[in-house]
Design a protein around this ligand. Structure first.
Ligand code: PLP
Ligand code: COI
Length: 359
């Protein structure tokens, strides 16, 4: 089912970024945004694309007090043949609905949501950057918007999509990042909201992230919230380790975000004949492998971060260097294959690319 979308174009379009090497991540926004309202009686209604600008929010809105917010992160790519395409968008849409279910927010029609994403990307197609390593990042988000202070499942909500031309998420680009394993704060627990992409998970992560940054680390690697022993994920990425030729990645136990890049990397690695173990993986096992020289490579996977080599791991004062702080051969191969598919330079054998429009 498609939502009926009205389009009001801006009369004051902004200039596109002149130097794409300075895009960074999420600092520039396109000319338009998508908004749709929900209430219990009408369901989703008033789907509209309007000029980019502030949202009018009631001061008592649920999102401002109780954090009823979920979001997605996905990218539109300018492909080698000139097409603009999305990467596995249905995976994001399904995850958005799973997150909505966890926070008692309303569901979106899957086909309708895909149509919304394609409509805004097509309207903003000139904002999809051209240079290697760049893309148009889409941030769909959905929040509870009841104008009163009682704590209840919401009756009013808003769905918004904003778009931002981006380059690399980390200032390091594809160079190895330094990751601090957090031993005090936890990000999520089983039964909580870890598997949902909700704003609160990120708010809870900020203190440890700030502490790590002050010590010169790029991001935090979280351990499980109960035993503080098993590796879960990084602030904005899932993690994978290559040990004696086998790939180990933490299992999706409920407190880890089921990353779409993670899923794609697992599928690619298996198609290349690698043994991939999705299981509980303790920090002791990781450092045992590091100390005995069996840890060959470590990397993170995520839409924003793509495939990002991990060069340093620190835990309770001990620091381990991985792959001599250089990008490992398999990390590079995964990065090349994945971005090759996304930018239409490598055959899309898995059917992951969703055509949007001609560029
Ligand atoms: N884990 C967290 C906490 C994230 O924020 C992200 C980014 O979206 C990921 C993992 C990777 O997920 P995906 O590959 O779907 O972007
Ligand atoms: C993404 O990779 O899309 C993310 O959501 C990461 C982030 C900036 C929170």
């Amino acid at each position: 089912m498609k939502y009926e979308i009205s389009i009001t174009k801006t009369t004051t379009p902004a200039a596109k970024p002149a130097d794409e090497s300075k895009l960074g991540f999420g600092k520039i926004f396109t000319d338009h945004m998508f908004i749709m309202d929900y209430n219990e009686g009408q369901g989703w209604h008033d789907a509209r694309i309007v000029p980019f600008g502030p949202l009018p929010i009631h001061p008592a809105s649920t999102v401002l007090h109780y954090g009823a917010e979920i979001f997605e992160g996905m990218k539109a790519y300018r492909q080698a043949n000139g097409d603009i395409a999305l990467f596995r968008p249905m995976e994001n849409i399904r995850r958005l609905n799973n997150s909505a279910e966890r926070l008692c927010l309303p569901q979106l029609d899957e086909e309708g949501c895909l149509d919304i994403l394609k409509t805004i990307v097509e309207l903003e197609k000139d904002w999809v950057p051209h240079s290697e390593g760049t893309s148009l990042y889409l941030r769909p988000y959905l929040f509870g918007n009841d104008p009163h202070l009682g704590v209840h499942a919401v009756k009013n909500a808003m769905f918004v999509v904003i778009c931002s031309p981006v380059g690399a998420y980390y200032a390091e680009g594809i160079k190895p990042v330094k990751i601090a394993i957090e031993s005090e704060d936890v990000r999520a627990v089983r039964g909580g909201t870890g598997y949902a992409k909700c704003g609160g998970n990120y708010a809870a992560s900020l203190r440890a992230g700030k502490k790590a940054e002050e010590k010169g680390y790029t991001q935090v690697l979280w351990l499980d919230g109960v035993e503080r022993k098993y590796i879960e994920e990084v602030g904005a990425m899932n993690v994978m380790f290559k040990i004696d030729g086998t790939i180990i990645t933490p299992a999706l136990t409920g407190s880890v975000l089921p990353g779409i890049t993670r899923k794609s990397c697992v599928e690619l690695l298996k198609s290349w004949g690698y043994n991939v173990e999705e299981r509980l993986f303790s920090v002791d096992e990781l450092f045992g492998a590091a100390e005995s020289g069996h840890l060959e490579e470590a990397w993170g996977t995520g839409t924003a971060a793509v495939v990002s080599p991990i060069g340093h791991l620190s835990y309770k004062g001990n620091v381990y260097e991985v792959s001599n702080n250089e990008i490992g051969a398999l990390t590079q191969k995964l990065y090349d294959e994945l971005t090759g598919i996304q930018w239409g330079k490598v055959e899309d054998k898995f059917g992951w690319i969703e055509f949007v429009c001609r560029g």
